[in-house]
Design a protein. Structure first.
Length: 240
């Protein structure tokens, strides 16, 4: 019986970080990797420095962040490129592993299927697609949804993965649920991390920001506000 996708499984969570899960599920040493939506390139750096990837292509759609990434001079195995998953500038079968770390739900919904077809195209037969998505559940989500409610796009991302498997592009190999701890010393640190960003424009008025602050400060303790942030990782293999 084939493994079935689950959008959430509250009994299955373990407490760890993304890198721990990646070490358990993937072998990237000596392999060609594409990271779609690399953000500030923190994981990009881990891929080459900790996991010994042979070569990493790190793409980003945020032009401001991409310009900052281009200033990185100490990652010779990394090539930074501007662009989205729905139009990957690479020949067929260019990569052994593709990563989407909290980025699939940022692809426009009407382009998600195209993005997954593109990933299928650039992976070698038998190549692996590792997709990590935040789960719409828990106290952290209750705060974040006041900033930008991602319920619909996260469901769309999940359904897109299921459709790609139903279409015979990928087969689900593993599904893992984990919770990563996030601690924010005060409101300013939280707002700086999630409100003042270049990749998403949050059009919040003063009253809305006040509601976010009130929700956040309910969790604030002398040591800061701590949250366990739930994620789902789907590891898929290209099957055709």
């Amino acid at each position: 019986m084939s493994l079935q996708f689950k959008i959430n499984d509250p009994e299955a969570y373990r407490s760890c970080g993304e890198l721990d899960v990646m070490r358990d599920l993937l072998r990237v040493a000596g392999r060609r990797v594409i990271e779609l939506g690399c953000g500030a390139a923190w994981m990009t750096r881990q891929l080459v420095e900790q996991l010994d990837a042979a070569q990493v292509t790190a793409t980003e759609v945020d032009r401001i962040q991409h310009a900052k990434n281009l200033e990185i001079q100490d990652l010779p195995k990394v090539s930074f490129r501007l662009g989205g998953a729905e139009a990957i500038d690479a020949p067929d079968a260019s990569y052994d592993v593709a990563l989407m770390l909290k980025s699939l739900h940022h692809v426009p919904v009407d382009r998600m299927d195209q993005a997954l077809r593109e990933i299928h195209r650039v992976l070698v037969p038998g190549g692996l697609l590792y997709v990590s998505e935040p789960v719409y559940w828990g106290p952290f989500n209750e705060v974040m949804r006041l900033i930008h409610d991602e319920r619909e796009v996260r469901i769309a991302a999940f359904e897109g993965l299921r459709r790609s498997a139903d279409a015979g592009l990928f087969q689900l190999e593993r599904e893992v649920f984990y919770q990563a701890e996030g601690v924010y010393p005060d409101w300013d640190s939280f707002a700086g991390r999630f409100l003042h960003v270049t990749h998403t424009e949050h059009d919040l008025d003063d009253a809305q920001i006040a509601r976010v602050r009130t929700a956040f400060e309910r969790h604030l303790r002398p040591e800061g506000a701590g949250f366990m942030k739930p994620h789902r990782v789907d590891l898929l293999r290209r099957v055709s």
